[in-house]
Design a protein around this ligand. Structure first.
Ligand SMILES: [Zn+2]
Length: 309
C-alpha cells in the first residue's frame, strides 16, 4: 500500500489562515490530513526571478521589518495549533530568502546550515508547541553540507531529485535501491529522504486530469508526496477543481501526517535497502507494493543508517 503525504509549502507569518482554510476546505471536510511546511521567519523583501515580490508573501504586509517571525499569537500559528489533530507541520527553510546562489540552503557551510536550522526549530517550537520532524528546503535546493545537517536534525527530509554525491557514503546503497525501484525513499542520517515527483498540480491543472496524475506519481512510490502551494489555489472564493478532485480521489487512501509516515518508514524491516540491493537483485525490487521492500520481515539492524535518536 502506498502512503500519501500531502505537503503544502510556503505558509508563513503573513499567511491568512482563513483564506488558507477556505482553499483546502474540501480536503479538510473529507478528514484528509494535510502537512504544512512552514517558513519560520520569512524574509519580506525576497523577490522572485521575475523581480516581483514572492507570491507567498501577503501583498498587504509592508516590509518595514526585514522578517516576519511566526509567533504564538500569529493567526497562522493559532490556526495550526487549533487543527493539530488533522494537520502536520514541517519546517520550510528559515527565511526563504535567496541567501546565496539564488537559494537559501543550496550553498552553505555546515555551521551556517546548523545555525539556520536551530533558529528555525526554536521559532516553530515556541509558536506551535511541537518540534517538527520533517524538513523541506526552499526550491528543494541542498548542498552536500546542508543536506547532511538536515538528515542529522530531522527524521524526514522531503525533496525532489537527490544526487548520490550529496549523500554520505553510507546512504549510497540505499540511494541505488531508490534509483532502481523508484520507491522514492532513501535511508539517510537519522531517518529518511523522501523524493517527490515535482509540482505536478498547479492552478492550470484541470480537475479531470487529477486522477491520472495521481496514478502516475504513485505507481512505484512507497510514499507518494503531493506537493501543493496554497497561493496557487486560493485565487477565487470557490475551491479550486484540483483540490475538489484530490479530496474525492484520496478519500479512503493512506493519506498521513508526516509523523505517521516516519513511523511507517521506521517500521520497515531493518536493513531492507541493503539486503535487497546486495542479496536479492533488482528484479525483486522492481515488484509492486510494500512487500518488495521486506515490510514485516525481521533481520539485521539498520547499521547503515547512522545513529538515530
Ligand atoms: Zn517554498
Amino acid at each position: 500500500m502506498t502512503l500519501y503525504l500531502i505537503r503544502d509549502d510556503d505558509g508563513n507569518a503573513t499567511t491568512d489562515p482563513t483564506r488558507l482554510e477556505r482553499a483546502y476546505l474540501p480536503l479538510l471536510d473529507a478528514g484528509i490530513p494535510l502537512n504544512f511546511s512552514i517558513v519560520p521567519e520569512v524574509r519580506l523583501d525576497t523577490l522572485g526571478p521575475d523581480g516581483r515580490r514572492e507570491a507567498f508573501l501577503n501583498p498587504s504586509t509592508t516590509a518595514k521589518n526585514a522578517c516576519a517571525t511566526l509567533e504564538r499569537r500569529t493567526p497562522l500559528a493559532e490556526w495550526l495549533r487549533a487543527h493539530r489533530g488533522q494537520v502536520g507541520v514541517m519546517m520550510h527553510g528559515l527565511s526563504h530568502e535567496r541567501r546565496r546562489g539564488g537559494t537559501e540552503f543550496g550553498a552553505l557551510s555546515t555551521s551556517e546550515a546548523v545555525r539556520l536550522m536551530v533558529r528555525g526549530l526554536d521559532v516553530l517550537e515556541r509558536a506551535l508547541d511541537v518540534c517538527p520532524r520533517g524538513f523541506v528546503a526552499p526550491w528543494d535546493a541542498f548542498c552536500r553540507e546542508s543536506l547532511g545537517v538536515a538528515t542529522s536534525a530531522f527524521d524526514l527530509v522531503s525533496t525532489g531529485y537527490v544526487d548520490r554525491i550529496r549523500l554520505a557514503p553510507r546512504s549510497w546503497a540505499s540511494h541505488l535501491v531508490e534509483r532502481v525501484s523508484g520507491a522514492g525513499v532513501v535511508a539517510a542520517g537519522r531517518g529518511w529522504v523522501v523524493r517527490h515527483p515535482g509540482c505536478v498540480f498547479t492552478a492550470d491543472t484541470r480537475g479531470g486530469d487529477v486522477d491520472g496524475i495521481l496514478s502516475r506519481i504513485s505507481a512505484d512510490a512507497l510514499v507518494c508526496v503531493v506537493v501543493l502551494h496554497h497561493w496557487m489555489f486560493w485565487g477565487s472564493g470557490e475551491p479550486h477543481p484540483v483540490i475538489v478532485e484530490l479530496a474525492q480521489r484520496l478519500r479512503g487512501k493512506g493519506v498521513c501526517r508526516v509523523d505517521r509516515v516516519i513511523e511507517e518508514l521506521d517500521s520497515l524491516a531493518p536493513g531492507w535497502a541493503l539486503r535487497r540491493a546486495a542479496g536479492r537483485g533488482a528484479q525483486r525490487i522492481l515488484g509492486g507494493g510494500w512487500n518488495r521492500l521486506g515490510v514485516g520481515e525481521s533481520g539485521a539492524t539498520r547499521d547503515f543508517s547512522g545513529g538515530r535518536a
